[in-house]
Design a protein around this ligand. Structure first.
Ligand code: ADP
Ligand code: ASP
Ligand code: MG
Length: 463
């Protein structure tokens, strides 16, 4: 069996939905388990409506109505008889409106309520898609992901309880797929042991799909989206970006962590640990190019495989003469970050200073106060990380020099190389990041260098 995940972009309108249905029809011999995100813009609209309700803004309920209206219009156009789906969508909409009225009355939006609201987007998508598949005479079961995807109670960014997911998936999904039935379920959504709805963080349906693929021992995890695989850079920034046919699992994980939104950063891990190949494909161009990330392949050294960027981030420079030859100093410093639950990305150390990047929502005032006595802290806001990723990048001579030359006159404020063998990270000003990406892409992907980039991975070999 395989797991096929369709993102919001693949469910945006009747044409795309039909294309997705055709792909499932073509794969029906492999008894797919289908994992769906909400239709495009739905999650944004529901979150905006929840925020507006908290402020008691007059148009909060209207904002939430738009995605449900769109789903009903699509259902009417896509189904031979849409009555049952129309009724279900109306019921889900009514539930959201009740929750929003509660938020407006209390003027309070907790992460738990936000999750309960936003999960309705995925539920609409699975109801509609299941009906479309049934219209084609397929034997399909719609499964509420909350019955399988058990998580902790960190609402808004819940962490999965994988052993329990395996047990539940075996009971609720395997039985159906073994009988040749297609299962359709929601990505992004889970539930606590008490049954409270949770979500896995934005873009989390990739992660759901990977967890289910691993739990079910799938042959393949297919991520269907609106690009021909993982591209050499974010195509919204670099028009010349092109598909990367093969990525190692580590490269893919690095790219996702550094902002390649085509894959959720946690996606790769469960699939890779279970030895499952992940492919990233274009729903409207199923015969076009695509990316394969296969943990069973051996990957040799190559140059830059792809670029990614992420911003804004904040650069903190912490200086103290006590750092000189003081054992345990860095441990004490970063213990403070841990206590405040602040994630650190890039770290560069010098004799008496350490620079690192953190997310813009980090509690900086608290951090600076907590670091008093340990280090003086300088804060640079509006920075961005540009990362070049490729197996063996560290051993490729001249990479940093080429990057710095290509960037000129943009001067990176931090350069990190060698944290692992496959990543070079540069920090630039947020205002310069688009230009920096285009320059680096031109340097590392202009032909003929690009021709050599894609094919240096040994195919078929085992590691
Ligand atoms: P989906 O709705 O299918 O989950 P997303 O919008 O989450 O789709 O992810 C696909 C988008 O990711 C692409 O349309 C593209 O704009 C963006 N993206 C960013 N970096 C990359 C990259 N390196 N390769 C491909 N797409 C990328
Ligand atoms: N619908 C969710 C989001 O927009 C999850 C996903 O798309 O993966 O973040
Ligand atoms: Mg996505």
């Amino acid at each position: 069996m395989i797991v096929m995940k369709f993102g919001g972009s693949s469910l945006a309108d009747v044409e795309r939905l039909r294309a997705a249905v055709a792909l499932v029809l073509a794969a029906k011999g492999r008894t797919p388990c289908i994992v769906l995100s909400a239709m495009a813009n739905t999650t944004d609209a529901l979150l905006a409506a929840a925020g507006a309700a908290e402020q008691n803004e007059a148009d909060a309920l209207n904002r939430a109505a738009a995605p449900f209206r769109h789903a009903r219009e699509v259902a009417a156009a896509a189904l031979s008889d849409s009555q049952a789906v129309q009724a279900l969508v109306a019921k889900l909409e009514e539930e959201v409106l009740v929750l929003l009225r509660g938020v407006a009355l209390l003027r309070e939006l907790t992460a738990r309520t936000s999750d309960a609201i936003v999960a309705h987007g995925e539920r609409v998508a699975t109801a509609l898609f299941t009906a479309m598949l049934q219209d084609h005479g397929l034997d399909v079961t719609e499964l509420d992901a909350r019955e399988v995807v058990r998580t902790d109670d960190r609402f808004g960014r819940a962490r999965p309880d994988f052993p329990t997911i395996c047990e539940l998936a075996d009971r609720r999904i395997n039985r159906s797929t073994r009988a040749g039935r297609i299962v359709v379920t929601q990505g992004y959504v889970g539930a606590t042991a008490q049954g409270f709805t949770t979500t896995l963080g934005r873009g989390g349906s990739d992660w759901s799909a990977a967890l289910l693929a691993a739990a079910l021992g799938a042959e393949e995890l297919q991520i269907w989206t609106d690009v021909e695989g993982v591209l050499s850079a974010d195509p919204r920034t670099v028009a010349a970006a092109r598909p990367v046919p093969v990525l190692s699992a580590a490269e893919a994980a690095e790219l996702a962590a550094f902002g390649a939104r085509v894959l959720h950063p946690a996606t790769i891990q469960p699939a890779i640990e279970a030895g499952i190949a992940v492919t990233v494909r274009h729903t409207l161009k199923p015969h076009g190019q695509f990316t394969t990330i296969d943990p069973r392949r051996r990957h040799d050294r190559r140059g830059v495989a792809a670029l990614a960027h992420r911003g804004p981030v904040i650069v903190l420079t912490m200086t103290s003469t006590r750092m000189l030859a003081s054992a345990g100093y860095l441990a004490r410093l970063f213990e403070v970050f841990g206590r405040l639950d602040i994630c650190v990305d890039l770290v560069v150390t010098a004799e008496v200073s350490v620079a690192c990047t953190v997310e813009p929502d980090a509690p900086l005032e608290q951090l600076v106060r907590a670091l008093e006595g340990l280090a003086r802290v300088e804060i640079a806001r509006d920075c961005a990380i540009v990362a070049a990723v490729g197996e063996g990048l560290q051993q490729t001579p001249g990479t940093v020099e080429r990057a710095c030359r290509a960037l000129h006159p943009i001067t990176p404020q931090l350069v990190g190389m060698g944290g692992n063998a496959r990543n070079m990270s540069l920090v630039v000003k947020q205002s310069e990041v688009d230009e920096a990406m285009r320059r680096l892409h031109a340097e590392f992907f202009s032909p003929p260098a690009g021709a050599a980039n894609s094919d240096q991975i040994a195919e078929g070999a085992t590691s």
